[in-house]
Design a protein around this ligand. Structure first.
Ligand SMILES: *Cc1c(COP(=O)(O)O)cnc(C)c1O
Length: 363
């Protein structure tokens, strides 16, 4: 089998969860497991985080919620995008909590609650500056003045989302926080939530009653470009398929984008953009063999990359030699940066051809 191995360390995810929870003092700490837990496997990770007493999970789409196994009593599952057309019955029956983002969702879901004849749990998202999802503050103020607006619901949470939490000095953080504090005061005794992973690092003012970390749990760097405070979660290793000795100057790969000098050596490894090894890493990514940094030379192709192994003694890089492609000496935030993107995108693009293994489970 030549496909690389993706190892996911559940004990590191649990350690990251505990670290974020410790930051947030008395606030509860949810886990955001949308996009299949950022590509790492929501079913497995939810099961594992239950052992840390995590009681709140967030997904994006209703379908993502329906794909998870039923959760134990007292554990809540929220759908960030809210109820989609036709999903209200399944959401309500499963006891899942949709986040209502706009008037259409509010009125449809309230009609459904009235039809059922019982109050349904919901969360309310208020837009304080993302202009992406959520009720505007003006619309929410009007709704709060209308005693019928939320009568068909048990409002479990009011939330908003920060645009610049990864930029601690950006004045927008404080503006959003103040706007949120003002509107949440209209919901006395209802828990509030504002912070994503980066928001958890902005201080107690941002923690409210529930934090919503995602990337930090999975070992991404929530405070980039500062050094990553989270424990590493994933590692990708592969094996050298073939090596080449460059006996006369030669180009490598599609487009002949890289000329290697006489005497250089090249190793070919079976990972490519079909596996989420981004093509933007052409001539700029790097891997590690036996502790030595080996740059990607030439273009990343669908199934293969080529590495410059000229700095390694010949016998240390032969077909079958293990290559660290991510994790270890190849931090995910750094590789993502080299590709001109962020670790979020790197994780969620990881493909389905890896041999996947979970380690560190206690569930
Ligand atoms: C994705 C998401 C989160 C988690 O964000 P991270 O930056 O990964 O911690 C929290 N809240 C909302 C609304 C989200 O969409």
């Amino acid at each position: 089998m030549s496909s690389p191995t993706l190892t996911i360390d559940l004990s590191a995810i649990r350690a990251n969860y505990r670290k974020i929870r410790a930051l947030a003092g008395s606030a509860r700490t949810a886990a955001v497991v949308k996009a299949d837990a950022y590509g790492l496997g929501a079913r497995t990770i939810v099961q594992d985080l239950l052992t840390e007493d995590c009681k709140d999970f967030f997904v994006a789409h209703p379908e993502e919620a329906f794909d998870l196994p039923a959760l134990p009593p007292g554990v809540r599952l929220f759908i960030l995008h809210g109820p989609s057309e036709g999903s209200a019955a399944n959401i309500a029956n499963a006891g899942i909590i949709p986040v209502l983002n706009h008037e259409g969702q509010r009125s449809d879901y309230s009609a459904y609650a009235r039809k059922l004849g019982r109050k349904l749990p919901v969360a309310l998202h208020i837009d304080t500056g993302m202009t992406r999802l959520g009720f505007s503050i003006a619309d929410m103020e009007r709704l709060c003045d209308n005693p019928d607006a939320f009568a068909p619901f048990d409002v479990a949470l009011v939330m908003s989302h920060l645009a610049c939490a990864d930029l601690p000095d950006d004045p927008m953080n404080d503006q959003q926080r103040r706007a949120f504090e003002k509107i949440r005061a209209r919901f006395s005794n209802i828990p509030a939530s504002l912070a994503n992973s980066a928001g958890c690092f902005l201080g107690a003012n941002y923690h409210c009653d529930l934090t919503r970390p995602g990337i930090a749990l999975y070992g991404g760097n929530p405070i980039a470009p500062r050094s990553n405070p989270m424990q590493e979660v994933i590692q990708i290793t592969g094996k050298i398929l073939q090596t080449h000795f460059v006996d006369t100057p030669k180009t490598v790969g599609y487009g002949a984008t890289r000329l290697m000098p006489k005497g250089a050596r090249i190793a070919t490894v079976a990972i490519g953009y079909a596996d989420g090894y981004l093509r933007a890493l052409s001539n700029t990514g790097f891997a590690v063999i036996d502790g030595i940094h080996v740059p990607v030379v030439g273009r990343v192709s669908m199934d293969l990359i080529t590495l410059d192994i000229s700095n390694l003694a010949e016998e240390r890089a032969v077909p079958g030699t293990e290559v660290t492609l991510l994790g270890g000496g190849v931090p995910v935030d750094q590789l993502a940066h080299q590709a001109g993107t962020i670790d979020y995108e790197f994780l969620t693009r990881l493909g389905h051809r890896f041999k996947r293994q979970y380690i560190g489970s206690i569930a």
